[in-house]
Ligand binder design. Structure first.
Ligand code: HEM
Length: 370
């Protein structure tokens, strides 16, 4: 930085950076206000969690506590780094919410009582299949999550129980073709509660909000089997956000072109013109960058193995890598390590430049000690 005391004139006021400061302030206020508003709306409109789900005969199928414990199980087994929930997580495995929704729809449809008794869905006539599918959709959409105790109709109660037990079993069963390693951190009780949590997430996508004809997730995921089709809101907000994004790009370019795009006539800071020898403090700070480089390599190594797993889920060049480094562990390493190396490189860079300034001001020892 050039200063008056060094005998140079004070730098002319930079009009561009002055305008940008105000733009930054306005954007920060606006976006944080939006963030606060969106958070409040999200909490207000989130699907309620009933105290318990029971069958018509009063048998408890799952409780709110089971669902909460299951959420912990889901996190503990790191399932979001293998598959996804509500579409968020890894694309490698299944979306648990969507796949469970299809299983629920199929199981309820197969379990709807038929006039002729135990006839499989496939054996029904087209008209009867249509009626059974419509009955299944009504039963699932009619689940009222706002009640503290939700009584599930016979076919739904049976379907929820069997799908839940199947999901719990799948957590403990290896599936090499899918690149799935059993979730060793889940004992049978926690696996069942984790399955409760997954089934509950699937129910929220199809159960309708009271008085409305769309679900708690605005009919996400799109699934014709249970009549989940995009709502008017889905179209509206998709296009509003799409247009807003591109409008904002245009606005930034417009502001820059019309008000800010002037040749830079300010005095240049000659700081980077010469590379001076490093100070002893700067050398010591080099250790930070070794760790940064090592972590980046670990991250890229994990990423490379994951990328290979998409091609061959069973092995890594003939070596059964899933047994030692399951995909979700690798993904966890891959997305967490940059948090450390990016943070560390910022700190390292800050200290590195400070260590140089210390020598320039001739008081390295004292400044570093401070
Ligand atoms: C050669 C280098 C890299 C390779 C081969 C690679 C590979 C991958 C693969 C295969 C995934 C998908 C995992 C999944 O199925 O969900 C992924 C996700 C991800 N990678 Fe990388 N990666 C590399 C570098 C990086 C770097 C340098 C960063 C950040 C500094 C990074 C950040 C991420 C993040 C945040 C995700 C999660 C994305 C999401 O879930 O939406 N990757 N990477």
């Amino acid at each position: 930085m050039i200063t008056e005391s060094a005998g140079n004139p004070a730098p002319a006021e930079d009009a561009v950076s002055n305008v940008l400061k105000w733009v930054l302030l306005a954007v920060a206020i606006l976006t944080f206000a939006l963030l606060g508003w969106a958070t409040a709306v999200t909490y207000k409109t989130a699907p309620p969690q009933p105290e318990r789900f029971v069958a018509a005969n009063g048998t408890v199928i799952m409780t709110g506590d089971d669902i909460l414990a299951g959420k912990g199980g889901f996190q503990r087994a790191d399932l979001m780094d293998y598959g996804s929930l509500y579409g968020m997580g890894s694309y490698y495995g299944e979306d648990y919410t969507a796949s469970t929704l299809v299983q629920l729809g199929t199981a309820v449809r197969d379990g709807i009582p038929r006039a002729g008794g135990e006839i499989s869905f496939a054996a029904l006539s087209t008209g009867e299949q249509f009626a059974a599918t419509a009955a299944m959709q009504r039963a699932l959409q009619g689940i009222d999550l706002t009640k503290p105790v939700v009584v599930l109709p016979g076919a739904v109660a049976d379907a929820v129980t069997s799908v839940r037990d199947g999901v719990a079993r799948s957590f403990a069963t290896a599936d090499p073709d899918a690149g799935w390693t059993p979730a060793y951190s889940l004992n049978p009780a926690l696996a069942r509660q984790t399955a409760d949590f997954v089934v509950y997430s699937a129910i929220t996508t199809v159960a309708r909000r009271p008085g409305l004809n769309w679900s708690w997730t605005e009919n996400w995921p799109y699934e014709p089997l249970v009549a989940n089709t995009p709502t008017a809101n889905t179209f509206r907000w998709t296009w509003i956000s799409f247009c807003f994004t591109f409008f904002s790009f245009g606005l930034v370019l417009f502001i820059y072109q019309y008000w800010l795009n002037e040749p830079d006539v300010g005095p240049m800071d000659p700081l980077l013109n010469v590379f001076r020898p490093m100070t002893p403090s700067q050398r010591r700070i080099g250790k930070y960058f070794l760790i940064v480089a090592a972590l980046l390599l670990v991250q890229i190594g994990a990423g490379a193995i994951m990328a290979h797993s998409y091609y061959d889920r069973r092995s890594f060049y003939g070596y059964s890598i899933n047994d030692i480094l399951p995909f979700n562990f690798l993904r966890d390493v891959h997305v967490q390590s940059p948090i450390v190396w990016i943070g560390l490189s910022w700190i390292g860079a800050g200290l590195f430049s400070r260590a140089r300034n210390c020598r320039r001001s001739g008081s390295e020892g004292t400044a570093m000690a401070g």
